[in-house]
Design a protein. Structure first.
Length: 119
């Protein structure tokens, strides 16, 4: 699931992320050059108690600390296993569930766009 989005300003309005709107409504303006981060790792969440501002670098560190990114979850042996398995119907979804990553991560590994075997 991705971040919730809303159109602000009518039909021709601007698309805004729901968590950013929630921050602005409940807390106040978002300081320039900062982003709104989730402490709950749930992108659709708009609970102001689960949000905080920080830099993109802070967000990247959160991702690594919480092992939220596919490359942090997969070992080189797992990547080799993903590449070794036959391409059958439903394989990508099944492997994503098995390895705890998003199906897109499996697809990118299988197409050689992610070099997880070089970790």
């Amino acid at each position: 699931m991705g971040h919730g989005r809303l159109v602000v300003g009518g039909r021709a309005g601007k698309v805004e992320y729901a968590h950013r709107l929630a921050w602005q409504y409940w807390v106040g303006p978002i300081p320039a050059s900062l982003i709104v981060r989730h402490t709950c790792d749930n992108p659709p969440c708009v609970n102001p108690a689960h949000l905080l501002v920080g830099t993109q670098a802070d967000n990247a560190l959160d991702m690594v600390k919480r092992r939220r990114h596919g490359k942090e979850k997969l070992t080189p042996d797992m990547v080799r296993e993903i590449r070794r398995r036959p391409k059958t119907p439903g394989a990508i979804k099944a492997m994503a569930a098995e390895f705890g990553v998003h199906p897109q991560t499996i697809t990118e590994i299988r197409h050689g766009r992610m070099r997880r075997d070089t970790l």
